[in-house]
Unconditional design. Structure first.
Lengths: 555, 208
């Protein structure tokens, strides 16, 4: 059910999850002092007193009193609605449990706070609270309190009198603003009804619900050269514009490329070669292969297993792989946009000569490796594909066999959900449609932006999907090293990493849904007019935004 | 010597692609010249594909060291026939083991050398012909039927391409049928194929 209330005078709509409630059991006495509180803003305790100390509730009694505990972290679980697992875990660390309530509990949630408190105490808990999903998909818990401000010209006595009239019990007066109180809401109605009633009444400067929400420290990697990676967090150095970045740090608070149940999203990068033993990459590599071209035009496939030696090397491929998935917090270099993803380097045309059949096989292998090597399960295919290969110059003909592979990957990959393909557009200021691969409707064409959030001269046109940082970006290079370099080549894997972050939070999305979502989440940079569809020929749908991509709930 | 620029066309994704064949020239990939290159004939029946293991491959940086071949007189001559844009293609092809000779000189060499026709595509880039094509039959064409249809055109199936239904890499085993562009035209004209396109070797760089 939608619940709309006002924050700072503006309406906010949240979903009141009818199939779930949050319960906070009273911890056993010995653990009362050490009850974890990290990750969630703790609710103010009622009055100054500690809650009654009771023994932990046995599981059977728990079920009898409240209902069924959540078991899985993904999908709709037993609630009929997805509860964002990352947030859920934070609340659980803070002592909350999420329950599919038995009928008497569900009924109590509609009756009033007094009834809810009684039910909680009877079951060995100190609170049962409604669960909210906010517009960005975040998990919240509605408390029994509110913050209320009265006109400053009222005396304290007059203010308290008005609170009492409305059944509001002041718990604390907030010192930073006159006549502003933390109050307990009336106990004869659910909190959301009281808030609506009092806001509609209009007697307060404001009255806003106290909502528990996860507030974590912002993830900032400790990698020694991370500060060179303006693509993640641009702080305005070296002539850049602060904020002209893909908002990685906010996204990493939610995910770094793994699903809530710990599965690493798999990114295949197709390139001429890779330094697969690079210390900032090798931990992430889970598979891959080498299509070794011969003079006949045919390429032999050689499967790569982590630890194998002799893989074709290329600084370019190494740089691309690092843009997507270089590891985080390992005291080396910087990190990729999806630093906990699984990496699948696929080398083909390693001497930059070959047929499109080879490229087609590489793409099909990325999406479903069993098509090339039946000993590799289809499930080990990539969730996201990035390619930054292309001929010199803007023109490239697409062969039918390569088109077949593109269609195969984008419709049959990921068990039929489709594996999105990100492809770097030409670096020159040419029309994207001169390149039939990048302009294919099933390919996501990525151009490059610079540290001032401006387009950087890569190919343009209606087929351009969006931009990602690609000028003077910093990534892995060589056997052990790191470097700065420029090219749309590097924008594509960075964007592919953002796609991996997004799929980590929305595993069931199709490739088409993901694409639509990433478009919708772009920042409209450049100060240029975008058309009615939100597109500009030089900027596509804008510069990709990882934070919005992982927090917004569309489509 | 008069240079021969032969107009060629084939169908690719429902449109006609134009090429110019440099009729006086062949590209040669001689295993004796480059021990990292596998032996297989571009315009002749190729050896069957087999795994070769992970021997060090000619990565771009390493291959660039083999550039002295690019200074061969024959290569310089063919470079005079093409625009500046195609020079990069020659650089890349030569770095990967290809060299270019006048057809008369090349035919006097040992038959084991791999030879490929040289084309200029419509964008001015150099591409090489192979004796292979990719073809797709209509859905539910049985494998045996596909084989026998291809045999009528002097072709055999090398490998199924399993990411598309009834899609195969084939090679020309009867040289009398012509080169891969000739055969592609015949296959398309037969109406038996959803597509039939020559496998052309092209240079594909990266977008740094």
């Amino acid at each position: 059910m939608k619940w709309t209330f006002k924050l700072r005078g503006k309406p906010v709509a949240m979903t009141l999850v009818e199939g779930a409630v949050a319960v906070r059991p009273i911890p056993p006495p010995e653990s009362t002092e050490s009850a974890p509180r990290r990750g969630a803003k703790a609710a103010p305790r009622r009055g100054a007193k500690s809650p009654p100390k009771r023994a932990a509730v046995p599981a059977a009694k728990w079920a009898a009193e409240f209902g069924t505990k959540a078991k899985d972290d993904s999908g709709t679980g037993s609630f009929g609605i997805a509860l964002p697992a990352t947030h859920r875990k934070l609340f659980e660390k803070a002592g909350w449990q999420f329950v599919s309530p038995k009928p008497t509990i569900a009924r109590a949630m509609t009756e009033g706070l007094k009834r809810q408190t009684a039910k909680a105490r009877r079951g060995g808990a100190d609170a049962i609270r409604p669960v909210l999903i906010d517009p960005s998909g975040g998990l919240n818990i509605l408390t029994d309190r509110a913050t209320v401000a009265l006109p400053p010209d009222l005396s304290l006595a007059e203010a308290k009198k008005r609170l009492k009239r409305d059944g509001l019990k002041p718990l604390a007066q907030l010192a930073f603003a006159k006549n502003t109180f933390e109050v307990l809401l009336p106990d004869d109605a659910p909190a959301y009804e009281s808030i609506n009633h009092l806001q509609d009444q209009g007697d307060y400067l404001y009255i806003e619900p106290s909502i528990l929400q996860p507030i974590t420290g912002r993830m900032r990697p400790t990698d020694p050269r991370y500060t060179s990676q303006w693509q993640h967090a641009n702080r305005g150095a070296n002539g850049g514009v602060a904020g002209a970045d893909i908002r990685s740090e906010i996204a990493w608070d939610i995910t770094r490329g793994q699903t809530p149940d710990g599965r690493a999203i798999r990114i295949a990068v197709i390139d001429n070669g890779f330094h697969v033993h690079h210390p900032d990459l090798k931990e992430g590599i889970v598979g891959g292969g080498h299509f070794r071209s011969g003079a006949s035009g045919w390429a032999d496939f050689i499967r790569f297993r982590p630890g194998d030696i002799g893989f074709p090397t290329s600084n370019h491929g190494t740089f691309c792989l690092g843009m997507a998935g270089a590891r985080m917090n390992n005291d080396r270099g910087g990190c990729g946009s999806a630093p906990e993803s699984a990496l699948i380097p696929i080398a083909c045309l390693d001497d930059q000569v070959g047929t499109q059949t080879t490229l087609a096989r590489a793409i099909a292998f990325a999406a479903d490796p069993s098509k090339e090597d039946p000993s590799i399960p289809a499930a080990e295919g990539a969730d996201v594909i990035s390619a930054s290969l292309g001929p010199n110059g803007p023109d490239w003909l697409l062969s039918s066999v390569l088109e077949q592979a593109i269609l195969f990957a984008t419709t049959k990959g990921r068990g039929g959900l489709g594996t999105p393909i990100f492809w770097a557009v030409s670096n020159g200021a040419f029309a994207v449609n001169r390149d039939e691969i990048c302009s294919h409707p099933s390919v996501i064409a990525v151009g490059r932006s610079n540290r001032s959030d401006l387009q950087d001269g890569s190919a343009f046109g209606p087929e351009l999907e969006f931009l990602a940082p690609g000028r003077d970006v910093y990534s892995t290079s060589g056997r052990f090293g790191f470097d700065s370099s420029s090219g749309s080549s590097f924008a594509a894997p960075l964007a592919a990493g953002v796609a991996a972050l997004t799929l980590a939070t929305h595993q069931d999305w199709t490739a088409a849904q993901l694409r639509e979502h990433l478009r919708a989440c772009c920042d409209k940079i450049g100060g240029v007019p975008y058309d009615a569809n939100g597109h500009h020929p030089d900027y596509g749908y804008g510069r990709i935004n990882a934070a919005r991509a992982v927090t917004r709930q569309s489509p | 010597m008069t240079q021969s620029f032969i107009p060629r066309t084939y169908r690719r994704r429902n449109r006609t692609v134009k090429l110019e064949e440099l009729g006086n020239w062949v590209a040669i990939n001689d295993p004796a010249d480059n021990d990292t290159q596998p032996a297989a004939a571009p315009e002749l029946p190729a050896a069957s594909a087999k795994p070769r293991g992970h021997a060090p491959a000619p990565a771009p940086q390493r291959a660039a060291k083999a550039r002295p071949r690019a200074m061969a007189p024959a290569a310089d001559s063919i470079r005079n026939l093409v625009d500046e844009a195609a020079q990069v293609c020659f650089d890349t092809l030569e770095a990967s083991g290809w060299r270019f000779e006048q057809r008369g000189e090349a035919t006097q060499r040992a038959a084991s050398q791999d030879q490929a026709k040289v084309y200029i595509n419509e964008f001015g880039n150099i591409v090489l012909g192979t004796n292979r094509l990719t073809v797709k039959f209509p859905s539910e064409t049985p494998y045996e039927a596909a084989k026998s249809m291809l045999a009528r055109f002097g072709c055999t199936i090398l490998k199924a391409l399993p990411f598309g239904e009834e899609m195969y890499e084939i090679e020309i085993t009867d040289p009398k049928q012509g080169d891969s562009i000739d055969v592609a035209s015949k296959l398309i004209a037969s109406g038996l194929f959803e597509f039939a396109e020559p496998s052309l070797i092209e240079t594909v760089s990266n977008r740094q």
